[in-house]
Design a protein around this ligand. Structure first.
Ligand SMILES: Cc1ncc(COP(=O)(O)O)c(C=O)c1O
Length: 366
């Protein structure tokens, strides 16, 4: 019986173990040199000016909304096809998430639909680089034109990039404020929960550290309402060791994705994910589109390969939004994707033998 191939297998090496132990031995477990260095190295990697590690991707989103002063009475446009935290982070601030449709080919926010949903109450848009694919650069232009903040939900997109006006820009430098997650399935992990906020705006940069630390600016006095959203030093030390491998890991994800794309395209029952022109996909997920999604999941699982419908419920249809004004609105692309997308393993830790088993499984699906 072959071993099960999981959807994620985060790296855990001797150098990471050593970094964790050294940090524990130092007894400097919070607010120390590891967090400061991780912030600097992560900002440099993204081409952002400021960064602050925090406790999770969800914490990063809430901090970003607070940094922008979003509150009750404000509207924030979000895709309905994403992980639910994109929307619920808005609700946590008391503001209203306004759901928008996604692109049929690339699955990120549909910029024309966003344009239609802007009102005088719209304070921000949260664009998601879904599955590691950057959102449409026209979203950046639209938000600039309309003077609306753009929060980048880059939870799934460490290392993704897209060209804007001829310049390649990394995820983390494509919004007013950007948010990453280090949840164990992500492209970079920290040995637990974690997140990162980045920005290149001076006014945001001035508060990016205090927003995760009770609104304190290095003194014992709070300048604004905040809470403890900090990252532990141990996690920061592990994250630093992981970050140096990110480019090599992305190469592996891209190589698997290229192989799987070829096999999927040779199977007339299945459709491979499209890659946006002038962009570098970070392949957090590889999703196959098919009308027989549940059958594909069963087929893969029978062969001991983890696979699942990625987001079976559109965000606006989650019970938490039963009383939302858009609860009964039809989002035809989103609803189709929720029925049709099956995520299969594409992570950097896949062995050649595992990749070959996945290829075989796709070839034998009918
Ligand atoms: C698109 C997106 N946004 C936000 C989050 C929240 O991140 P975390 O789980 O670290 O809170 C995730 C995590 O899965 C995500 O995929």
């Amino acid at each position: 019986m072959p071993g099960r191939i999981p959807l994620a297998r985060p790296s855990w090496t001797d150098e990471m173990r050593q970094a964790a132990i050294e940090t524990l031995d130092s007894r400097r477990w919070v607010k120390g040199p590891q967090g400061r260095a991780f912030a600097q190295e992560f900002a440099e990697y993204c081409g952002a000016q400021y960064a602050s590690p925090c406790n999770s991707g969800s914490g990063a989103l809430i901090a970003a909304l607070r940094l922008l002063g979003i509150e009750q009475g404000d509207e924030v446009i979000v895709p309905s096809f994403t992980f639910i935290a994109t929307a619920t982070s808005v609700s946590m601030t008391g503001a209203t998430p306004v759901f928008a449709e996604v692109e049929n080919d690339f699955w990120c926010l549909d910029v024309e639909d966003v344009r239609k949903r802007i009102t005088s109450k719209t304070k921000a848009v949260i664009g998601v680089h879904l599955f590691g694919q950057c959102y449409n650069p026209d979203l950046v232009t639209l938000c600039q034109e309309r003077d609306i903040a753009l929060i980048e939900d880059a939870a799934q997109a460490h290392g993704a990039s897209v060209e804007i006006e001829g310049e390649l820009r990394m995820a983390g430098a494509l919004g007013t404020v950007s948010c990453f997650s280090f949840f164990p399935s992500k492209n970079v992990t920290v040995g637990g929960e974690g997140g990162m906020i980045t920005s290149s705006h001076e006014a945001i940069g001035a508060r990016i550290k205090s927003i995760v630390d009770h609104g304190r600016d290095g003194t014992l006095e709070s300048q604004e309402v905040g809470t403890n959203l900090r990252m532990s030093e141990v996690f920061a030390a592990i994250g630093r060791k992981q970050l140096v491998h990110l480019d090599a890991w992305l190469e592996k994800r891209r190589s698997h994705a290229t192989t799987f794309t070829q096999v999927v395209d040779a199977n007339s029952n299945l459709k491979s994910p499209a890659v946006r022109p002038d962009s570098n996909h970070a392949w957090h997920q590889f999703c196959i589109r098919t009308d027989s999604a549940e059958r594909l999941v069963e087929h893969m699982n029978d062969l001991h390969i983890d696979a699942r419908l990625i987001y079976p419920t559109p965000c606006h249809m989650h019970p938490v939004y039963a009383n939302h004004p858009q609860a009964n609105e039809t989002f035809s692309v989103t609803e189709a994707l929720c029925r049709q997308l099956v995520s299969i393993p594409v992570h950097h830790s896949l062995t050649n033998e595992e990749s070959a088993r996945i290829v075989k499984a796709i070839e034998t699906y009918f």
